[in-house]
Design a protein around this ligand. Structure first.
Ligand code: EPU
Length: 421
């Protein structure tokens, strides 16, 4: 099994270009099933979750070509199957978007329950609630979700989510796109990738308004036609590089970002003592690697993202004083990495939903294991900031969501390499 070897203690300098957003790409690619014609999708990150999704779509009959780096052309006209390959579906989380897109296009879907990072119990009851409101008959087994039209057929409707869910919001948007009538999603999530999905679908001819607010309206249309769309930059990848510079020290221009999407993260890093300079589509961060403790609570967008919890925790382990980090989306997320950080010398006490982090002068290198994508990214940051050598194992998790991370960090002066056991 491959692992990363990181010789820590080097500052990071230069510039890094952020890839397209993973969590937008993994929704937009299955949404291409809704389109009768060729979609050209640009700024697609080359990560393993995207490769698995493309394999699933190809296996279902979609014609896919990748004419240049970062560009995927999908023609779903010949897709006939409503039963995607379960072995592939179980390899990732976002395969649940096949339920919404197949239901909308074919009126039925038979999709295995998704896999992916299991850092918490991750129910899909709100997705199912939405499909039922849209008139679907839902049969759930331990392994599968089977959707077909109920007695009154599929139609737009009002859906009020009981919890703010990114996945349910996007799945209901997809499911309602081609149904007759209007769908109104209340208590919708507002993440940038929801706006991106709506913009993609609207470019192809859908009628979606309100994405980015807590009420999204979808007026069903008869069909969507092909077109070209570029995915937004990845907020969390950018945040991860910013946190890496904050912790390890250095001066880096993070390019291809939407600074507005980054405010929830940059404001915290500033509070911790890093200097942040915003430009039109880039952010410069300057840090001496010595930070001040702070308080962070994760929340749905525009709050501080749960997907940055682990990375900011590493910054806290090296900050002066005591920091408090409270998780309000996935309570068990701390367990994916705090023990590993403690083995590197961090002082973290978990008290329910809150981690109390007492900053230390240094972290020391060790052999640690990634247990999910963001936990893995945090261990890489810890390795960069630590004294001596760190080995990060289970890097398949990290490569699900970070494009060319070793190359990008090496270009910033980090000493990191991928080694085979
Ligand atoms: N929830 C339910 N029922 C549902 C759906 C969600 O109770 O039907 C709960 C969850 O248990 C959680 C909260 O609602 O407590 C929010 O979950 P959400 O549905 O928003 O998460 P998700 O759509 O499964 C996406 C990202 C995650 C990210 C979360 C929160 C994708 C593919 N995944 O997951 O990203 O943590 O939103 O922002 O978009 C990652 O990129 O590392 C990652 C895990």
């Amino acid at each position: 099994m491959a692992k990363y070897e990181i010789i820590g203690g080097k500052t990071l300098n230069g510039s890094v270009t952020i890839s397209g957003a993973k969590n937008a790409a993994v929704a937009i690619l299955p949404a291409a099933i809704l389109v009768a014609g060729k979609c050209r999708i640009e700024n697609v990150p080359d990560i393993s979750d995207v490769r698995i999704l493309l394999d699933i779509l190809r296996d279902m009959g979609a014609e896919i070509c990748q004419p240049e780096v970062g560009v995927v052309e999908i023609d779903s006209s010949n897709v006939k199957s409503t039963h995607p390959n379960p072995e592939l579906v179980r390899k990732m989380r976002a395969s649940y978007y096949l339920m919404g897109s197949l239901l909308s296009r074919f009126g039925q879907a038979n999709v295995a329950l998704p896999g992916g990072c299991n850092f918490a119990s991750r129910p899909i009851d709100q997705h199912i609630k939405g499909f039922i409101a849209l008139g679907a008959d839902v049969e759930e087994t331990d392994d599968y979700v089977n959707l077909k039209p109920g007695a009154e057929g599929l139609h737009g409707n009002r859906v009020s989510l009981d919890v703010v869910s990114v996945g349910a919001t996007m799945n209901i948007i997809m499911a309602s796109c081609l149904l007759p009538g209007q769908t109104v999603i209340e208590n919708a999530a507002k993440e940038p990738h929801i706006v991106d999905l709506a913009n993609f679908l609207n470019t192809m001819g859908a009628n979606i308004s309100g994405a980015g607010t807590d009420t999204v309206k979808v007026r069903g249309v008869e069909k969507l036609q092909g077109g070209t769309y570029a995915i937004i930059p990845d907020q969390i990848e950018a945040g991860t590089y910013l946190a890496a510079v904050a912790a390890a020290g250095g001066n880096v221009l993070v390019q291809n970002v939407i600074p507005k999407h980054m405010e929830c993260i940059t404001s915290k890093l500033q509070e911790m003592g890093a200097k942040i300079y915003n430009y039109d589509d880039s952010i410069r961060i300057v840090s001496e690697g010595r930070l001040r403790g702070t308080t962070v609570k994760t929340r749905p967008y525009p709050g501080f993202p749960t997907d940055m919890q682990a990375q900011i925790c590493v910054c806290m382990t090296l900050a002066d004083g005591i920091s408090r980090l409270t998780e309000s989306v996935y309570e068990t997320r701390f367990f994916g990495y705090c023990t590993e950080l403690t083995s590197m010398g961090a002082d973290i006490l978990i008290n329910g939903k809150t981690a109390i982090v007492s900053g230390r002068e240094k972290l020391r290198g060790n052999t640690v294991r990634a247990r999910d994508l963001r936990a893995g990214a945090a261990l890489v940051i810890a390795g960069l900031a630590a004294e001596s050598t760190t080995y990060v194992e289970n890097i398949n998790y990290i490569e699900r969501g970070y494009e060319r991370i070793v190359e990008k960090l090496t270009a910033l002066g980090a000493q990191i390499r991928r080694v085979e056991d």
